[in-house]
Design a protein around this ligand. Sequence first.
Ligand code: FAD
Length: 449
Amino acid sequence: MVTEDVTGHAVVVGAGLSGLLTADVLGRRFERVTLIERDTLPDGPPVFRPGVPQSRHVHILWSRGMAALEDLLPDVVTGLEANGGVVVGAPEQMRWLSAAEWFTGVRGTDYLSVSRELLESALRRGVVADGSSVTVLDRHEVTGLLPARAGGAVVGVRLRERGADGAEFTVEAGLVVVAAGRGSRAAGWLGELGLPVPVTERLDARVGYSSRYYRRPADAGPWKAMYVQGNPDVPRGGVILPVDDGRWLVTLIGQGEHQPPTGEEDWLAFAASLRSAELSQALKGAVPLSDAVAFRATANEWTHFERVGRWPRGLLVVGDALCRFNPVYGHGMTVAAVQAQVVAGRIAGREPADIAARTRQTQRAVAKCARPAWMIATGEDRRYPDTDGPRPGRLGRAQQDYLARVLAAANTDPVVAEAFFAVLSLNRRPETLLTPRIATRALRRRNTP
Ligand SMILES: Cc1cc2nc3c(=O)[nH]c(=O)nc-3n(C[C@H](O)[C@H](O)[C@H](O)COP(=O)(O)OP(=O)(O)OC[C@H]3O[C@@H](n4cnc5c(N)ncnc54)[C@H](O)[C@@H]3O)c2cc1C
């Protein structure tokens, strides 16, 4: 039961990338924002925490995501670079074997390569700064939503302190944002309130990651990063990314039966079995700093909250809690940052009560941001024989064939490369690859992957 006026209080569930950025944005309009996180958040140097298990694997932030971060938290990218993050020009500062050929002599766009731990710690410092209206309640796990007595609205959350006696209590708020990541239970929480449970669309390419850190050798070569991609014939790949502390984060990727192992010898043998020996050779001179760890939950999943007919006032779902992508395309963080920008735009100049009254429209706007990345990931994943889910029809196969030609042309044609990377980095919509200028150049090509 709501006992005081909490209209000016917002709660954000989950202090990952999406929760942090959304809390920052809400802090501009709400008197108080409470960011509730089930992990213990480190005060000191960045460290791994179990709530974000994917942080042990390569993460790139495309130029669109970098621009969104800079817009929300000015100078954050510059600060990350000063602390060891590396901005990489893709593909020109890389060795990148695409699903077709090596990219050669073409330019694309930039991405930021940085450990997830350092990225989050910089965002936390920016968001929970002195004078900010955002406070963190860590070591607390949200267990459900608090409904308004009259129904039709969410007015807070139920939660419990981790490691304590487990007794539940409630925190009331005028707005609740769920940013609880891939394992979010938001759909079930709606059901517990007697509301329709949204459908989750799913396409699983059964992609697995296995990653470890290396000390970055001084004489690594003229490139900053390397990506040997798999393709439907050889669905095995590998990535070397420069990250903070003078390290390389190296991830091996496999699909279906080609899951990358974690044992030392098997891991190295997998690295040597890629479509090019270059990655394996590069590792020969490098000193490993950790054992390999695996990650398997990489399915594309979109929980369609925006389609729920009776959407409660005062509730939003963002980030991976809303839509999760196969990570090989590197889109989740960029989409989360763009969603925070969309929320900022929709709440600008509005009072908290008005913001809570409009969550249905905001939920739709936030979900819309996921569409381009969803199209890219699911479209590409359907190429792979081991992908679960519906096979493409004739139109789908024609699209795949066309995009394979675009990719092949992008390897060496600067005009197509520029257009291709603008789409891959989510700066432009996928449809822009259908213009006559790109089509003419792409269809001239004979060799496709
Ligand atoms: C292997 C892998 C590699 C990836 N690589 C890339 C990449 O290269 N580029 C890219 O852009 N994206 C990448 N992603 C996607 C990226 O990790 C996510 O899109 C991003 O982390 C989403 O942020 P989020 O805040 O929604 O979720 P998360 O970062 O997962 O954060 C969720 C937070 O919620 C907390 N939480 C969960 N439940 C509760 C609860 N009940 N109560 C309180 N707190 C709770 C968790 O502890 C966690 O802190 C990758 C993902 C994977 C799996």
